[in-house]
Design a protein. Structure first.
Length: 270
């Protein structure tokens, strides 16, 4: 009986010892899990990639304005217009602003200064739409063969008035940026003396330029442009001052090529 009581006592003591040993571990484990669940010791998450803000680029474009207007000027020149020569090879006097005598000559447009106005609207963070009007008066130069030498004479003057509608795409998302342009043009061509050359023609234009932002309200533009439109001489043939017109071989171009280098001041309208 005594032995049985001792045995029971030992069992109770052993059970209590096991509980005392296990409980701290359980409590610590629960405490650790509780702390880990708070996320205090988790590594900091990687920053999310920066998403471009469209509104920010809209603000940078043209000083943050949608509409802009401007005025510019620069040099404009053209290519060859026609070639003429007498079939007999005999030199004759040609009707011209500066009369000259030659058996053949080439006519081309000389460089001159022109002016223009433009208005545009920012259509998005990367591109704009522009409408412009410009005009320049260029000399029609006659490069004539006289003997073994060539000379240049003023044959006529030609005024070219151009209406353009172009799209402009910026090549960098910066306040000052390079850009390219492409669009259509309508040319009104008026000759000072040879009215048979007056005409209206459609064409295309390409350009490359740079915009410098001076302030939110003001920008400077530099642009080189090339345009090509139709050109039709119709029934026109250069005339001689002889009563009897000599037979000539007349070869004219079917297009008008114009080259322009423009500097402009742009006002950004808020």
């Amino acid at each position: 009986m005594i032995f049985s009581n001792v045995k029971s006592t030992l069992r109770i003591v052993l059970a209590v010892a096991v509980v005392l040993v296990i409980m701290p571990s359980v409590v610590l484990g629960q405490s650790d899990r509780t702390r880990s669940d708070t996320g205090r010791h988790k590594p900091a998450p990687e920053p999310a990639p920066k998403v471009e803000d469209k509104a920010e680029w809209d603000h940078l474009a043209n000083g943050g304005s949608r509409w802009f207007v401007g005025m510019g000027g620069g040099f404009q020149g053209g290519g060859d217009l026609w070639h003429v020569e007498t079939l007999t090879g005999a030199a004759g006097p040609w009707v011209s602003d500066v009369p000259f005598t030659s058996e053949r000559f080439n006519a081309s447009l000389e460089n001159n200064f022109g002016m223009g106005l433009f208005v545009g609207r920012q259509m998005g963070p990367q591109w704009s739409l522009l409408a412009d009007i410009s005009s320049t008066r260029m000399d029609v130069a006659a490069e004539a063969l006289q003997g073994q030498q060539g000379a240049v004479f003023l044959y006529d003057r030609m005024t070219v008035t151009t209406l353009g509608l172009t799209g402009e795409v910026r090549l960098a998302r910066l306040e000052s940026y390079p850009f390219v342009t492409a669009g259509v043009v309508w040319n009104r061509i008026s000759a000072a003396r040879e009215e048979e050359l007056d005409q209206k023609q459609l064409g295309v234009r390409l350009g490359l330029g740079y915009l410098k932002t001076v302030s939110p309200e003001l920008s400077l533009r530099a642009e080189a442009r090339f345009s090509r439109s139709g050109f039709d001489t119709g029934s026109f043939v250069p005339k001689s001052s002889f009563d009897n017109q000599p037979e000539v071989e007349f070869d004219s171009t079917d297009h008008l090529s114009l080259f322009e280098v423009i500097l402009a001041l742009q006002l950004n309208i808020r």
